[in-house]
Design a binder for this molecule. Structure first.
Ligand SMILES: Nc1nc2c(ncn2[C@@H]2O[C@H](COP(=O)(O)OP(=O)(O)OP(=O)(O)O)[C@@H](O)[C@H]2O)c(=O)[nH]1
Ligand SMILES: [Mg+2]
Length: 371
């Protein structure tokens, strides 16, 4: 599925229907009086968060959404029918922003959450409403109110529990594919990953967390270098970060500092303050003794004790996931897993047997059990 994390769309609520001018006309009933009905209300525009979506790609192909108009009122006191609503189905994690792209109008963080974006216009009163003792035959009805319109931005910030960050080629995507059933593209060149991928890491029965792999960061990413820092939004909601560094990098400390600097320049410190786990990866490429030396040197110079792992052989990956899982728990409070699990079960019960997402098939546990 193609990935798109922002889209600009036009929305319009329906016009209200006009009220009607009509008089009761029936055999043997003289001067039947006014019986013009009210116009129907215009349709509303709603946004709803739904599970099972993780891209806004649908909104690239269609950008205009208009709710239905209310029908006009009719004689014999018939009210016009209400216009049809429009419900925009959006992935959980979508923010709705004003046209200026800074004011947040709504943030959809829970599946099923529904917000009213534009209200339909009211229908006009029919002439039956204007009847009074002094005017028993009003020849007057109201027009319906027009609907409202506006342009809005949709911006998706994926809902991950932990985010993978690091320089390009550090091995982030390889690690994600080793610990989850996700299959991100892996390549021996920088910027293999062009958009974020989520994977479900299973820790035990009913225990799992979502790990997000994003494109690599380079120095100056916050000024738009490389792929820039625009994908960092996808780890903004994560509780913790896993910072992966290639142990064969000529200076792992320098690599760490480069990425830290980018994290600090992003969004007023939203990421720099998150708990960060540092791991030196690709340890299969060097011998035991050198690994320890590099790790010690790293700890001495930075004050951070790195974990050691290899996504290729699986060494150390299980421990790293365990540590991450523990940190997420501390960050999110004791019942976060129950809340997540309940959500997952609710999402699955809506799917037909063959429609299970890949990450929920039993094979997804294998990668971890092998370690
Ligand atoms: N030997 C060894 N090679 C690895 C390991 N992990 C990743 N690699 C290799 O390193 C290269 C880069 O891996 P990716 O997973 O694409 O790196 P990335 O961090 O996702 O890179 P970007 O998407 O460009 O940011 C690939 O050739 C991988 O096969 C590992 O644990 N051991
Ligand atoms: Mg990658």
């Amino acid at each position: 599925m193609k990935f798109l994390d922002q889209a600009k769309i036009y929305i319009r609520s329906g016009d209200g229907g006009a009220g009607c001018v009509s008089f009761r006309r029936e055999k043997y009933v003289e001067m039947g009086g006014p019986d013009g009905g009210d116009g129907g209300r215009g349709g509303d525009v709603w946004a709803e968060a739904v599970d099972g979506l993780n891209t806004l790609i649908d909104y690239r192909y269609r950008q205009h959404f208009k709710a239905g108009k209310g029908m006009h009122g009719m004689g014999r006191n018939r009210t016009g029918q209400k216009g049809g609503d429009v419900v925009l189905k959006l992935p959980v994690g979508t923010q709705i922003l004003d046209e200026d792209k800074t004011t947040v109008l709504a943030d959809l963080t829970e599946p099923g959450q529904k917000v009213l974006l534009l209200k339909g216009g009211n229908g006009g009163f029919g002439n039956a409403r204007f009847k009074s003792s002094t005017n028993q035959a009003p020849r007057h009805a109201n027009p319906g109110q027009p609907g409202e319109e506006r342009w809005i931005w949709l911006r998706l910030k994926l809902m991950a529990d932990a985010g993978l960050v690091g320089l390009p080629n550090a091995g982030k995507s390889t690690l994600l594919s080793a610990v989850s059933a996700a299959k991100p593209k892996v390549g021996d060149y920088p910027f293999t990953t062009l958009h974020p991928t989520l994977g479900v890491v299973r820790m035990g029965p009913g225990e799992s967390f979502v790990l997000a792999d994003i494109p690599g960061l380079i120095e100056g990413a916050h000024e738009g270098r490389g792929l820039g820092d625009r994908f960092l939004g996808h780890v903004e909601r994560a509780g913790v970060l896993l910072h992966l560094i290639d142990i064969t990098h000529e200076d792992p400390v320098e690599a760490w500092r480069t990425v830290r600097k980018e994290l600090e320049s992003y969004g007023g410190g939203a990421l720099a303050n998150k708990p960060e786990l540092v791991a030196l990866g690709k340890i299969d490429l060097i011998d035991e003794e050198t690994r320890q030396m590099v790790a010690e040197d790293f700890a001495e110079r930075t004050g951070v004790q790195p974990l050691l792992l290899s996504a290729a052989t699986g060494e150390g990956t299980r421990q790293a996931m365990g540590r991450l899982y523990q940190l997420i728990g501390q960050q999110r409070g004791h019942d976060w897993q129950e809340r997540r699990y309940a959500r997952e079960v609710a999402a699955l019960s809506d799917l037909p047997e063959s429609g299970l997402p890949e990450s929920d098939r039993p094979e997804s546990d294998l990668a971890l059990e092998q370690n």
